[in-house]
Design a protein around this ligand. Structure first.
Ligand code: NDP
Length: 505
């Protein structure tokens, strides 16, 4: 494996949840896998008052609690080595003084730890902080307008990169605005927009499955595939995050990003090569081929709903509209389902059904590719139970793996047929726990490989599909449907697929 050049990672929002649960443990795991550069430093930046020592103690705790290998034991020697180059920088995100002081601190770190002026800035903060951080980074530390030599004695060929977390806007105009803010100070090649789904092994394996096995490609089209289902479900309600959630809703939170990425990887054409440009070109073409749902047709092709009072997975709620921070007349959906068509030669007429929601029966993320039935169902007459078509199920969580559901004869004198699974799960097949998505993504960003990150025009193309749906919902006379916690959503979501003679798996 390649090792990245010496570098410093600056995490904005280092006092936050994502940093503790995912980012700091990921750095430790990269160290364990020997994928961190020998010369590496980390600066946590946030508004909270904290000393370097206190931040190191938080880092240590985060590793002990959340690192995937900490279940066995934590390598204290390694951890101490990493911590010896960990610093904390306190400041407001929009403060010019704090950013100027950060620039000085980074130069000192370069001298002390030999990090050569290479910097990766990770914006792990709420979206309202993006603009002031980007502006100040552009001015003081990182923008392409500054030559590296402008900020002290650093190597002139040093790199500066920025990672940003979703949401990348809340609609097409705001996504364009964010892109232009970024492009005022960074070239697109310096921008790494994270969708952590792309860091998951199974998601990457989807491309291997499709393009490293010759059996799938000939049947991967409208002639043999009846439809595709993508489900991302969560078992908990919005809890105390109602105020934040109400501004986004299920479609913006899940469909526009994670689920569209899954859809694009299923639907895209084989890329010319595995480089970032070729893969991202093909994904963008998928979004551009999605048939727009006109605002007037929104109730025909989509379902939006809110959960009612109930209890599930140990959480009780008086209903979404009674959650703290949620306006009593909110129309924000906690569940969304939609039927999309990709109007190109491969997928003409093949529906893609997407559904996602909070407070649903099970926590899972999966893609179901349902094949057409054989032209003649020879066995159905002799069989007691229905003979189902084949399904290819790609499970992203909880157990990462792939299941191929075929029909098999039940042993005995009668002709009985049952679906049986040919499957592989990462844990059992490779006997390893797949790495956390953030490990792979931070590592790739340090190497400068953008393949698993989202390009600016890709984000905009995805919003162009979502915006008319949101407009339709705003104008629709139909109130959001309702569903009880612990169900699979409202009955209208069942009807969306069942009226087409199909069913959710
Ligand atoms: P937090 O809400 O924990 O915020 C991170 C830090 O930002 C806080 O510790 C706080 O630090 C600062 N902060 C919080 N609210 C504000 C505010 N209103 N104005 C300025 N600073 C604020 O977020 P997460 O760590 O959960 O997530 C970070 C980013 O990652 C978000 O953009 C989120 O959407 C995204 N994300 C998070 C995921 C997760 O699993 N948590 C998953 C996917 C994406 P301080 O006060 O010390 O400055």
């Amino acid at each position: 494996m390649a090792t990245a050049r010496p570098s410093t990672l600056v995490i904005f929002g280092a006092s936050g949840d994502l940093a503790k649960r995912k980012l700091l443990p990921a750095i430790y795991e990269l160290g364990r896998e020997k994928l961190l550069p020998e010369k590496f430093a980390l600066v946590g930046y946030a508004r909270s008052e904290m000393s370097d020592e206190a931040f190191r103690a938080e880092f240590k705790q985060a590793v002990e609690k959340f690192a995937r290998s900490s279940k066995s034991s934590v390598d204290q020697t390694l951890l101490q080595r990493i911590l010896s180059a960990v610093y904390y920088h306190q400041g407001d995100y929009g403060s010019a003084e704090a950013h100027a002081a950060l620039a000085t601190k980074l130069e000192d770190i370069d001298k002390k730890h030999g990090t050569e002026g290479n910097r990766l800035f990770y914006l792990s903060t709420p979206p309202e902080t993006f603009e002031p951080i980007i502006e100040n980074l552009g001015k003081y530390t990182a923008g392409f307008g500054r030559r590296a030599g402008d900020v002290g004695e650093v190597k002139t060929d040093s790199w500066k990169r920025i990672i940003i977390e979703k949401p990348f806007g809340i609609d097409l105009p705001s996504a364009k605005e964010l892109n232009s803010q970024l492009h005022r100070h960074f070239k697109e090649s310096q921008v790494f927009r994270i969708d952590h789904y792309l860091g998951k092994e199974t998601v990457q394996n989807l491309m291997v499955l499709r393009f490293a096995n010759s059996i799938f490609e000939p049947i991967w089209n409208y002639k043999y595939i009846d439809h595709v289902q993508i489900t991302v479900s969560e078992t908990l309600g919005v809890g105390s995050r109602g105020g934040y959630y109400d501004k986004s809703g299920a479609t913006r939170d899940m469909i526009q990003n994670h689920m569209f990425q899954l859809m694009a990887l299923v639907a895209m054409e084989p890329p010319a090569s595995l480089d970032a440009v070729s893969i991202r070109d093909e994904k963008t073409k998928v979004y551009k081929s999605v048939r727009p749902i006109r605002p007037e047709a929104v109730d025909q092709f989509t379902v939006r709903a809110q959960y009612t009072a109930g209890e599930h997975a140990g959480q009780k709620s008086d209903g979404y509209l009674k959650e703290k921070g949620v306006p009593a007349d909110s129309k924000t959906e906690t569940f969304a389902a939609m039927k999309l068509f990709i109007d190109n030669w491969r997928w003409s007429g093949t529906p893609f059904y997407l559904r996602t929601g909070k407070f649903l029966d099970e926590k899972l993320s999966e893609i179901v590719v349902r094949f057409r039935s054989p032209p003649l169902t020879l066995f159905q007459k002799q069989c007691d139970s229905p003979v189902y078509p084949n399904d290819l199920i790609i499970r992203v969580q909880p157990e990462e793996g792939i299941e191929w559901r075929i029909n098999g004869k039940v042993p005995g004198g009668t002709m009985n047929i049952k679906p049986v699974n040919l499957d592989f799960f990462y844990k059992t097949t490779f006997n390893v726990e797949p790495p956390e998505a953030y490990e792979r993504l931070i590592y790739d960003a340090m190497l400068g490989d953008q393949t698993l990150f989202i390009r600016g025009d890709e984000v905009e193309a995805a919003w162009a599909v979502i915006d008319p749906i949101q407009e339709g919902w705003r104008k629709s006379k139909l109130a959001p449907r309702t569903y009880t916690p612990g169900s699979w959503g409202p009955k209208e979501s069942m009807q969306l697929i069942e009226l087409d003679g199909r069913r959710w798996l």
